[in-house]
Ligand binder design. Sequence first.
Ligand code: ATP
Ligand code: MG
Length: 209
Amino acid sequence: MGLRIGIMGGTFDPIHFGHLLMAEEARQAFALDEVVFVPNGRPAHKKAYLVSSPEDRFVMTELATASNPQFSCSRIEIDRPGPSYAIDTIRAFRNQYPDLEALYFITGADAILQILTWHEYDRLVEQCRFIAVTRPGFSLERLSELADKNFLDHVSFLPIPGLDISSTDIRVRTHQERSIRYLCPDGVVDYIKEMGLYRPHEIAPGEME
Ligand code: ATP
Ligand code: MG
């Protein structure tokens, strides 16, 4: 039997328990052998400000996933020059694992709606299936209005326990010198502190929203 792999894409700035929970829920529900976390190199849809270096985001992703033998991290988007497009990553996985039984791209409710605006989105579905997990504050209802049936046929919906955690909130909290413990793993909390990420002096005036 071939491998069943899930790709968990994100900016992971920083990675938090929402990301880890959705990956674990998808792993179990779809009998995945492995979930590969792929931090974006240069996110095509994020403003440049407040985005930490790819190396910092990669290290935090490694720290957060190390204790799960079925989680791994890939540098593929970080090491690829130019903007990060999921289609290129999915094609690279297909080349790397020619005997794949199944390839899933795991997203939250907000991200699956954004995918409709992605580069070559209609060609993505030829290469992989999507798992769209629930996320507090985002409704999946609009997806059936916005997406065509061909795309929807390739999407599986997965309800997960709601964790109202976002990287944006963690960055804002850190900027305001508020606690982020229990929102992301201790190793990530310690790394943010040691490296001084998201601290007031790192952000020029007028850069906060
Ligand atoms: P930011 O606030 O910087 O956008 P984020 O918390 O949304 O960060 P991303 O790295 O943008 O995290 O998201 C990566 C993927 O994880 C996306 O598919 C997103 O929908 C999903 N995701 C993030 N947080 C959650 C959560 N709490 N519950 C469900 N899905 C989530
Ligand atoms: Mg996001």
